[in-house]
Design a protein around this ligand. Structure first.
Ligand SMILES: *[C@@H]1O[C@H](CO)[C@@H](O)[C@H](O)[C@H]1NC(C)=O
Length: 419
């Protein structure tokens, strides 16, 4: 420290305190950011708003969950014409290893709609089992009272023997492509809906998903007609922040920004010394070198450690997301590109056994179609078990088996709780 005079030492001490203060602040602020060094899984994956939505949606469903004919909650299945629906909702449901969430999924998209809004939706649920009665929800009373089309392989004329072989071989990837294809096709052919929303059977929707989504779709359409957006395949209502961190392919940008900042600080230092006489004793050459080689890099390091979602959050609204947008929990397709996607899926199941989301991305890439996202997530993934991970055991406690759904999780959705 003999190198520095009193003022310089004071500055360095103040900087150290400031830096430690930032460290503490970011440790809290970035605890939920999965791309952050400060990420804490117990905090980031703690369900809040989604638990509330699960409870609300099941409350909504209860009065429909009876088999006698109640004029207040009349049967829906096959009564409503889905021809004039604005959104056809396609949901594939399978028997999940731990817990079924199909009731929550269906109820949470309906429970806050007015009668008029409800009439713009046509909900199709495909029971993707060769013996649908094996699904615990297949015989539940609410189903026919709430869902517009309860579908089975038989009704859709699916290749049942092929699918049975896949079931026996546990060829889940290939089977899920067939299932997705069937469900998408049933929406496309059974309705004239301009929008087709494909949901997995383990998501839960925000209370305001309907209005936000409809508004976003209108906005996108107006952008499209003014030429502001390209032809696009879907807008996603669920995304996880997990893959939105600092991406290695952007390292040249990160590096040049960092070098730029260091240079800028050095220039400002030299200029201040020239302009302000009292600073001449502080901003000596050696001191500027220390600031630029130690202090500024320490701040930049902190910035990167904090994570991209924390430091550069996406503004609420519609964004382009052609990469890193995992997964296929909730996507809305404009009708016009669905035939092409159906075609692609038909072929895909004979090719490489990709997962459904990769098949969709592949199709979009091959045809130069953009993919959009609504920020924040309008849906949350609450599935207790995903086929994508191979866990032998689950240690889930509490009334709801929601524990961050193994990283396929939207922290933005949970923050709606604080709104
Ligand atoms: C509906 O009722 C059945 C029994 O008839 C019950 O097992 C099921 O949990 C109920 N579902 C909901 C969503 O309330």
């Amino acid at each position: 420290m003999i190198l520095f005079n009193r003022k310089q030492r004071l500055f360095l001490v103040a900087f150290a305190i400031f830096w430690l203060f930032l460290l503490v602040v970011l440790r809290f602020r970035a605890a939920r950011d999965p791309g952050s060094y400060f990420f804490q899984p117990e905090v980031g994956y703690r369900p809040q708003y989604s638990l509330q939505r699960i409870d609300e949606s099941l409350d909504y469903l209860r009065p429909y969950n009876q088999s006698f004919n109640d004029p207040q909650h009349p049967q829906r299945n096959f009564t409503a014409a889905s021809d004039n629906a604005t959104i056809c909702v396609g949901i594939v449901t399978v028997k999940r290893p731990l817990q079924q969430n199909i009731d929550t999924t269906v109820a949470s998209i309906l429970d806050n709609l007015s009668e008029q809004e409800r009439s713009t939706l046509s909900v199709h649920v495909l029971f993707a089992l060769t013996s649908p009665a094996d699904h615990p929800d297949y015989r539940q009373p609410w189903l026919s009272n709430v869902v517009d089309r309860v579908l089975t392989y038989e009704q859709l004329g699916a290749p049942i023997s092929t699918i049975r072989k896949m079931e026996n071989k546990k060829d889940i990837k290939r089977k899920s492509i067939i299932d997705y294809h069937l469900s998408l096709k049933s929406c496309y052919e059974d309705s004239n809906a301009p929008w087709i929303m494909m949901l997995e059977d383990d998501v839960v929707a925000q209370r305001a998903w309907y209005n936000r989504t409809m508004q976003s779709l209108e906005t996108i359409q107006s952008w499209r007609s003014s030429g502001a957006v390209k032809n696009w395949l879907y807008v996603r209502l669920f995304y996880t922040e997990k893959f939105l961190g600092w991406n290695s392919e952007n390292w040249p940008t990160y590096a040049s920004c960092s070098v730029g900042i260091v240079t800028m600080v050095a220039v400002i230092g030299f200029m201040t010394r020239r302009k302000l006489r009292p600073m001449q004793t502080v901003l000596t050459n050696s001191f500027i070198v220390i600031v630029c080689s130690v202090c500024v890099p320490l701040l930049i390091t902190l910035y990167f450690l904090a994570g991209r979602v924390t430091m550069q959050p996406m503004k609420p609204g519609i964004h382009l997301m052609n990469g890193h947008g995992c997964c296929s929990q909730a996507l809305v397709f404009p009708r016009e590109n669905v035939p092409q996607l159906l075609d692609h899926m038909e072929k895909a199941r004979y090719a490489h056994p990709y997962a459904v989301d990769s098949v969709i991305e592949h199709m979009a890439d091959a045809n130069g179609l953009d993919r959009l996202v609504i920020v924040p997530s309008q849906m949350q993934h609450v599935g207790a078990a995903s086929y994508k991970e191979n866990r032998k055991q689950y240690n889930l406690k509490g009334p709801h088996q929601v524990q961050g759904a193994h990283g396929v999780w939207s922290m933005g959705f949970e923050k709606a709780f604080e709104e």
